[in-house]
Design a protein around this ligand. Structure first.
Ligand SMILES: *Cc1c(COP(=O)(O)O)cnc(C)c1O
Length: 312
């Protein structure tokens, strides 16, 4: 049944030292997953899940996500020659639908919100004999995401803290898994959410995963109303500092990062960048997972950071 020794669909991304002056912190390293062919780290886990599903006989791939999971599922399915259907809620933009279709996906629209699109997509997958790709809650996703830690360890960079954004917590689960595999279970993870999308913070405060009433952050890729149970468990069993930044801090960090490194990232990723100086001061060498994201453009970056001029 297992056939994961086949070549992975994601890239081994560069590990770059942060440009001088970008942070107050003297030594920060970036794992540049913004450079994955699907635009984000999601290809690591989704690629693994799609490969395994194909090996197990899936005839097609279905995913409910107008975000980076949808792009990763499309990339992985097309690479393996499988048909792929992406289900979007009715509210998602025509631009995203067109972009997914251009990448080779059949785009379907169903439901007012993600939960409805998700329920429809699960039924559709069962009808079609297709594998359903969840955006953040599956052990194979976490195993795939954990490869980013393997690559950093192979590069020989010792680090004493990892900074990552948290949405539904799949990336966080993968990072913890990778750290444990390499005997780094004591290295803390600074888990960053934006205010208005802080479902991990809410779960830790409540002592169990809880659903946020709404997502009010601009960082839509962090907008899971409830974290995966496993993310909550790993946050309690691994040294984890759950912190929040504002949307304004996240978008300002996107702009500074673009200017210093000439790479555009979503506010979801900007959140992790924004947390470095505020929350990682006490550590000697800080690793930041630059998770990336397709939902950014020069126009968006400008509108986030100069709202008064642009909205006029
Ligand atoms: C999905 C995503 C996240 C959050 O990942 P989770 O596994 O849901 O925690 C962060 N940043 C970007 C760009 C993403 O696409």
């Amino acid at each position: 049944m297992t056939n994961v020794s086949v070549k992975a669909l994601h890239q081994n991304t560069p590990l770059l030292r942060a440009a001088p002056g970008l942070f107050d912190h003297p030594e920060v390293w970036f794992k540049m997953d913004a450079l994955q062919p699907s635009g984000s780290f999601k290809l690591r886990g989704v690629g693994r899940l799609v490969q395994q599903s194909a090996a197990d006989g899936a005839k097609a791939i279905v995913c409910a996500s107008g975000g980076n999971a949808g792009f990763a599922a499309t990339h992985a399915a097309v690479a393996l020659g499988l048909p792929v259907a992406i289900v979007l809620p009715l509210t998602s933009s025509a631009a995203v639908a067109e972009r997914l279709a251009a990448c080779g996906a059949e785009v379907l629209r169903h439901g007012a919100v993600w939960d409805e699109a998700h329920a429809f997509a699960v039924r559709l997958a069962a009808e079609r004999g297709a594998a359903y790709v969840h955006p953040f809650d599956h052990p194979l996703l976490w195993a795939g995401h954990s490869t980013l830690v393997d690559e950093v360890v192979d590069a020989g960079i010792g680090f004493d803290a990892v900074v990552t954004a948290v949405g539904g917590g799949g990336l966080f689960c993968g990072i913890v898994e990778g750290l444990r595999r390499h005997g780094l279970g004591q290295v803390p993870v600074i888990a960053v959410e934006t205010e208005g999308a802080a479902s991990l913070h809410a779960a830790l405060a409540a002592g169990e995963p809880v659903s946020l009433p709404a997502i009010t952050s601009i960082a839509t890729s962090l907008g899971a109303r409830r974290v995966a149970n496993e993310a909550f468990e790993r946050a309690r069993s691994h040294p984890t500092l759950a912190v929040q930044v504002s949307d304004a801090e996240a978008t300002a960090a996107c702009l500074r990062f673009a200017q210093a490194h000439r790479v555009l990232v979503e506010p979801a990723c900007g959140a992790a960048l924004a947390a470095v100086d505020r929350h990682a001061r006490g550590f000697r060498r800080v690793l930041v997972e630059v998770c990336g994201g397709m939902g950014v453009s020069l126009e968006l970056l400008r509108s986030w950071t100069e709202p008064a001029t642009i909205k006029a």
